[in-house]
Unconditional design. Sequence first.
Length: 119
Amino acid sequence: MRNLILAFIFCIPLVVSAQKGDNNYNVISDGIVKLYNDNKYTEIYSLYSPMLKKFQSPDESKKYLDEIKGKYGKISNKKFVKFQQNYGIFECQAEKGKVNLRISLDEQKRLVAFNFGPQ
């Protein structure tokens, strides 16, 4: 019985940590969807980490998001699907079909990876 209690106590921080990570990803993805729907692409770019900004300029980011908006339209709802490697994957229902939003965050909750793609 004592071992069971000790195992439970040691598992609590792992569960709390996982929930905190999930919450960070949900909060950031909610913000991205709102900014995307409002065409606030500069604000989405401001969420990029310095490393991600090295790979994509503000103009390239705007062009990419314009293309996604043209292909899928506005997003009406989103739900968390799973973590895969370092990505949080969200299934989004858009005006023209479903699309996956994939994000990865650094310790400061900035985007180190961000893309939309087919399911």
